[in-house]
Structure formats: structure tokens, C-alpha cells
Design a protein around this ligand. Structure first.
Ligand code: CMP
Length: 138
């Protein structure tokens, strides 16, 4: 609907106890949490989530990494959510991310980049439906 986006806090960030600080930064930036869960994806589920990247050279490593430990999936709401959230997280590679962005603060590399953010309204809906039923949204 244009006002929501889907984020995942990725396995290494969860394992390093960055879940709390990352959520704090997100809510301090004006996003409201509409749904949230911790879960661990199977490799097949990670493959389905990232199906758009199935022909990329990094697909195998990406799906192995994303199924390697628990993640936290969150639906976020704010006006202009997709674009504003992508600004908040910064560039895919933390080396290119601006100071103060979530990836600059919490990511170690391009593949272990702390958080995912939907890249369009259409994908925000697909990705939100992947994780959450109607009953799990507020
Ligand atoms: P994300 O926003 O979750 O969407 C796709 C992910 O693929 C991206 O974050 C990166 O973590 C990962 N990715 C993109 N490009 C590369 C790359 N060249 N090498 C490794 N991982 C990549």
C-alpha cells in the first residue's frame, strides 16, 4: 500500500545481539512495528524469499547464510516506507554506506550486511505475505 516495508535482521546481526539496537534505531527514525517474529528459514525457504536472485553468482552463498541461524522479520509502517527505510539502512556494501546508517553501524560485509529492506512496494507486499498471516498484522 506504499506505507509499509519488510525488513529482516540477518543471522550474524541477531547472533551478535544487535537486534535491540537495530530495532531502537528503526523506531527512533519514525517507523512503527506492525508485525514481528523470530524464525529460522530452511535453505529452501531462503531460496524462495530470494528467488529474484536465483541466477546471481552469490545466490548459493546468500541462501546458505540466510538459513544459517535465526532471523527477525518485521513489517514496518511509515509514509514512504520503502524508500525511507532504504535510506536508513544505507548501501548494500557497508563500505559504501553513509555514516549513521544501520549497515554502516552494524554490518560486517556486503553479504553479511545486517538487515534486508524491500526494494519496491510490490516486493514489500510479497515479502510481508511470505512471513505473516493476516492475523499476525496490526
Ligand atoms: P539484501 O537487501 O538482503 O538483498 C539481497 C542480498 O544479496 C543483499 O542484501 C546482499 O546481502 C546480497 N548480495 C548482493 N550482492 C552481493 C554480492 N555481490 N555478493 C554477495 N552478496 C551479495
Amino acid at each position: 500500500n506504499g506505507n509499509q516495508t519488510l525488513t529482516m535482521i540477518k543471522p550474524v546481526a541477531v547472533a551478535r545481539n544487535f537486534t535491540g539496537p537495530i530495532i531502537q534505531k528503526i523506531t527512533d527514525s519514525g517507523f512503527k512495528i506492525c508485525a514481528m517474529k523470530m524464525t529460522q528459514l530452511t535453505k529452501d525457504q531462503a531460496g524462495e524469499f530470494y528467488a529474484v536472485h536465483q541466477d546471481k553468482p552469490f545466490y548459493e552463498d546468500l541462501t546458505t547464510f540466510m538459513s544459517s541461524g535465526p532471523i527477525v522479520a518485521i513489517i514496518l509502517e511509515k509514509e514512504n516506507a520503502v524508500d525511507d527505510f532504504r535510506k536508513l539502512i544505507g548501501a548494500t556494501d557497508p563500505a559504501d554506506a553513509e555514516e549513521g546508517t544501520i549497515r554502516k553501524l552494524f554490518a560486517e560485509s556486503k553479504s553479511h550486511n545486517a538487515v534486508h529492506g524491500s526494494d519496491s512496494d510490490e516486493n514489500a507486499k510479497i515479502e510481508s505475505d511470505f512471513f505473516f498471516s493476516k492475523l499476525e498484522r496490526h
